[in-house]
Design a protein around this ligand. Sequence first.
Ligand code: BGC
Length: 367
Amino acid sequence: MRNVVKTMAAAAAIATLALTGCGRSDSGSAAASGAASGGSGGFAKDSLIGVALPQKTSENWVLAENLFNTDLKAAGYKADVQFANGGVSEQQNQIQSMVTKGAKVIVVGAIDGKQLGTQIKAAKDAGATVIAYDRLLENTDAVDYYVAYDNFKVGQLQGQALLDGMKAKKPNGPYNIEIFAGSPDDANAKVFFDGAMSVLQPKLDDGTLKIVSGQKSFEQAVTQGWKPENAQKRMDTLLSANYGSTTLDGVLSPNDTLARAILTSVKGAGKPNPVVTGQDSEVESVKSIMAGVQYSTINKDTRNLVKQTISMVNSIQQGQKPEINDDKSYNNGVKVVPAFLLPPQIVTKANAKEAYANDPTLSKLTQ
Ligand code: BGC
């Protein structure tokens, strides 16, 4: 029996070599049979992997592009990594082209998670696996997996940081605040907002916090396209309409790019520096935190997110189910998408040195 198994394993190994056309394959027999049938049982290691990224609205996307290009190739795949700076239709075309080129896995960081249904379905129909990266793909059953930092937790950490930062400056409230959200076409924006409001709402209810403008709904707080100029304009208007002689104690900002725009607006209005939150650990914001201007950011190390995504790709390549750690949080309107969520970390001046100790760029800023 042992010999039979050994002989079968040897035959499978030879088949794998023949299929992949290279000397070494991590794919094993399951992958070999999947590649032969073109089914979902795996595929040849040197196959094409497509990565469709959105616009460069924050540094994390640029880091992701570099890492996907380098690390997918290092793992033996061919990589097609694209940005869609031109918008939704450009991203639709890019995904369609990845399908046409025969990509086995398509990783999508969507501009608008609701507008890629046709292309994602085409990918599925062609036998590809679709992974939503960082942002969920909505209203489609053709998305297989989701990999991201825990977005609700990001919002909770931001809400708590806003409270902590204001308390450290002024031990007793009430505190005057304004709240900003991200772009409504990005599924993450509402989740960040809901996470933050889960912490802030009880404090609004008990009077500790006051949104002086009264603009407290997600719809009022959104920043179209995650564009800093939109946030800056809204902050200018909020300040001139509501903060004549009133002090602004804090601003909930969903990310670093918008935090810096908000701080620019406040400075321009000649107001004292409020507590402002952020996200992404962008270089300019980490500098600002170290200088005592922006209060907090979130550490969502892009290296770990890309690594987790490539580990998913490797499992799929080998005909195995990727590891997931959450099968309930992300209902996309049609299905609950199996997810792997990584833990985000809050960073303020107090823990920046320790938080970025392993980051070659950011550690230089916290000495
Ligand atoms: C990401 C954030 C980023 C934002 C704007 C979101 O989907 O999760 O990290 O700040 O997009 O690019």
